[in-house]
Design a protein around this ligand. Structure first.
Ligand code: ZN
Length: 429
């Protein structure tokens, strides 16, 4: 599709992903992917944000604009929710929630979420489906983010060593995108080599950051282990000591990654956090680790007291004590991952919908209003999915509030003129 579009615009055809690169910067065009798709920015897309750095515009934010947004979050004392998405439905509720809360958002895909985006019926040999699904999801985000008028950071979640071919495929796609648009397809990726020895973790991160920095892309790396279970990775029985990072380790990473020219990075340092929600008392968070690391590194760099050189990332935020979340933000956390709580919210919306309309959902024809009454308007999957979306938008409001991330953009409340619904005789939407 892109090749056709570019040739119709009189541009050189784009090389196939695996062809040798020609460095065809002559084809560089700063139009967005949404422009290419024929849905150029109108209305809300012309927004500028009175409160944010000038570089931050509606749509997917990369490079210096991304750095400016993260630095602004740290200086203003808020963190951006990073929500794991698995479908266009989940991308859309993220965009809806961000606009409703007048805030930026991070949309991220795990390897499993990427594969699901492509469809579980598709062969995933060599992570082909996971690569295609992530790229497909990225284009959906790029198509829609501007339409909602909000800045979106497009990211991917944990990538362990065995998943590096997935990362390579996504980077191929971003390099191809960079040749045309002068920016990467994704804003950033996470590498999680925390199960490998420390030196190997750092070496692989430096290697990848060198490739990513050429496209002005940001790397999130993990130090120490996030406990619990997520996306099929089970860390429920790890050595408790590994759940707490040491300031010296953060410094080792900071020093190595800072040496990469144009290297931008964030650090997911473990401070007792776990994926999933567990009974109270089973999780002991120690956000002081982040504060102590900032002090340690600022001192190494000879910076003023109180300077926070590191942008930290909070994994396993679901179910955390609000005081620990707020404290972590004061220590330089600029992003908190959200998955378990939105999973539950989506399911709860569907569950409540089913409970409310159970008698209308058992057969195609026949309900309490009559034996011949049709039930199509109840079992239309859009009804249950929309119930899940609305429930999740509500839940995300609490996340934005917890992270001090409300009213960040300075936009008016959106006017939603939903002309296609509710349909006549349909259920309230
Ligand atoms: Zn995580």
């Amino acid at each position: 599709m892109l090749a056709t579009l570019s040739s119709s615009l009189g541009l050189a055809p784009i090389a196939p992903v695996h062809a040798p690169r020609t460095g065809a910067r002559a084809a560089l065009r700063m139009g967005t992917a949404a422009d290419d798709m024929g849905i150029p920015c109108e209305g809300d897309c012309a927004i500028t944000y009175s409160k944010l750095p000038d570089s931050v515009k509606p749509g997917v934010v990369t490079g210096q604009a991304l750095q400016d947004l993260l630095d602004y979050a740290k200086s203003e004392g808020f963190a951006i929710p990073a929500v794991n998405c698995i479908s266009s439905s989940s991308v859309n509720y993220c965009l809806e929630a961000a606009r409703a809360n007048d805030a930026p958002i991070m949309i991220q895909f795990s390897s499993g979420g990427s594969q699901f985006y492509a469809g579980k019926g598709l062969d995933n040999t060599d992570y082909r489906a996971a690569i295609a699904g992530a790229v497909s999801g990225a284009y959906h985000v790029r198509a829609m983010a501007e339409q909602y008028g909000i800045p979106v950071i497009l990211h991917t979640d944990h990538c362990a060593k065995k998943l590096l071919p997935w990362m390579d495929g996504m980077l191929d796609a971003s390099e191809r995108y960079f040749e045309v648009h002068g920016e990467p397809l994704f804003s950033s990726h996470m590498l999680d080599l925390s199960e490998e020895p420390m030196d190997e973790n750092v070496d692989i991160c430096v290697n990848y950051l060198e490739r990513m920095a050429k496209m002005d892309m940001l790397l999130e790396m993990e130090l120490g282990i996030t406990g619990g279970e997520e996306d099929g990775v089970n860390n429920e029985d790890v050595n408790p000591e590994d759940l707490y990072t040491k300031p010296e380790e953060v410094w080792q990473v900071y020093e190595a990654l800072s040496k990469v020219p144009n290297g931008r990075f964030t650090v997911a340092a473990a401070f007792g956090n776990v994926h999933g929600v567990y009974a109270p008392g089973n999780v002991r968070l120690d956000p002081e680790i982040l504060g102590n690391s900032q002090i340690y590194i600022a001192d190494k760099l000879g910076m003023d007291k109180g300077t926070q050189p590191v942008n930290f990332v909070f994994h396993g935020g679901s179910g955390s004590d609000i005081n620990d979340i707020k404290k972590a933000i004061t220590y330089g956390v600029i992003k908190m991952n959200i998955d378990t709580d939105t999973q539950w919210a989506y399911w709860k919306g569907i569950r409540d919908f089913e409970a409310q309309y159970r008698d209308y959902l058992q057969t195609q024809i026949g309900n309490p209003e009559g034996a011949e009454k049709p039930n199509k308007k109840y079992y239309d999957p859009r009804e249950a999915m929309r119930a899940g979306e609305k429930s999740t938008v509500d839940r995300l409001q609490q996340c934005f509030e917890d992270l001090n991330c409300v009213g960040v953009l300075g936009l008016q409340a959106p006017e939603v003129n939903n002309v296609l619904g509710p349909r006549r005789g349909g259920l309230p939407v």
